[in-house]
Design a protein around this ligand. Sequence first.
Ligand code: GLP
Length: 237
Amino acid sequence: MEIIKTKNNDELSAKAAEIIADKVKSMDKPVLGLATGSTPVVTYEKLIEKVKAEEVSFKNVKTFNLDEYIGLSGEHENSYRYFMNDILFNHIDIDLKNTYIPNGLAEDAAEECAAYEALIKAEGPIDLQILGLGLNGHIAFNEPGSSFEGRTQETKLTASTIEANARFFDSMDEVPTTAVTMGIGTILEAKEILLLVQGEAKAEILKEVLNGPVTEDVPGSILQKHPNVTVITDIEL
Ligand code: GLP
């Protein structure tokens, strides 16, 4: 595991954007795994700048997002589809048809999960997976206790995750309580993983992820076993 320590979020994001852009430039048909949350926002802004400066093109890129809330349509401003279009896809030269995110309104969630999993198999493997870290150690929406072998599945969000994500909604009651998430087993099949962790609030959990026992109680700890992980953080370790 390589750990890159940065001074602040701007430097973290610049480094992350550079690694992503280099990966895209180095391949004919790159497949990226993308994350939502606040952490990658500035990274995405920096990627947009690079596309506008014609340093990199996303014309041949396919993307798979990690997760989506169940019950929100892609037009809902709190859905991850809306977020990704708004914050990245609408500003770069990617074909929206090549951006995959689970459908939060699928009639049959289990079928949607199986279809998403099959799509990753068909188009993958994912060359570079971007990950954030939840305050409780979750990756994507794999909450503590999730199996390390899990595939794309429906999951119940914990009270702490609902509370953490309430900041994006008008009230706690509006935060969805279930989601579709790539499983940890699916995530681990990415050839390379870039974990971005920003802000002192995550200091303790990041230490557990990096140095603690590998346990399903701390989902991110499994990254210790992946052969190609880079962590970028502005946290003093
Ligand atoms: C959500 C997402 C995760 C993300 C996490 C951390 O729960 N499903 O993929 O990593 O939030 O978000 P933030 O970066 O806002 O702290």
